[in-house]
Design a protein around this ligand. Structure first.
Ligand code: UDP
Length: 192
């Protein structure tokens, strides 16, 4: 279910309810974008109608940020718990490992995505890492080819917001992965 917070649709479900929906889409081949909604993004969207429309077009908008929960409570809405971008990524990776789905990490400084992938491989030995690509390659075609040739099911993009969401929207038709999530600084956090 979705609820509107400052003109932006936000999912009301928790992790356990969202993960099956995300993987239903993967199994059905239905391309989906997961965006994390926090007060900072809501403020940017308020000033930028194009960004607001982009966020509203996403298949999943997760309530990342206590301000979103508070806003929902104030309007007697249904959102009760935070679903953070990094925890959602963790849950998606865990489920991908269980289902044999392939993930690709795109973004952050050279070396960081590979380090994050190595950490995930230790945390989830069954995870299939299709590939990694740093976030400073200027040639978009190189990036698209690298991702597509690796045949991932899920693409995590860590380039900061809203740059990562705009990049995904601009290229999702040319990309083979089915689920896309913008994860901000998560690769840096994972790499440690
Ligand atoms: N980044 C990138 N390419 C760019 C600009 C940024 O890969 O052209 C990466 C940067 O190295 C960092 C991440 O994007 O890993 C941005 O993290 P930040 O914490 O700023 O994002 P937020 O979570 O605040 O959206």
């Amino acid at each position: 279910m979705k609820e509107e917070i400052l003109g932006v649709s936000v999912n009301t479900e928790n992790y356990d309810e969202l993960i099956p929906k995300v993987f239903e889409n993967i199994e059905a081949g239905k391309k989906s974008l997961i965006v994390a909604i926090n007060p900072e993004k809501l403020m940017k969207a308020k000033e930028d109608p194009e960004l607001k429309a982009l966020l509203n077009r996403a298949e999943f908008q997760i309530p990342d940020g206590i301000g979103v929960i508070l806003a929902s409570k104030l309007k007697k809405g249904q959102i009760r718990s935070r679903v953070t971008g990094i925890d959602m990524m963790d849950r998606v990776v865990q489920e991908a490992a269980a289902r044999g789905k392939r993930i690709f990490l795109y973004g952050a400084k050279p070396g960081v995505a590979a380090e994050a992938a190595a950490k995930l491989q230790v945390m989830y030995p069954n995870i299939q890492i299709a590939g990694v690509q740093h976030g400073y390659e200027k040639d978009v075609q190189v990036v698209l080819d690298t991702i597509n040739q690796a045949k991932p099911d899920i693409l995590f993009v860590a380039m900061g917001s809203p740059k990562q969401e705009q990049w995904i929207e601009q290229h999702r038709d040319q990309l083979h992965p089915i689920v896309f999530q913008g994860v901000g600084g998560s690769f840096d956090v994972l790499a440690g």
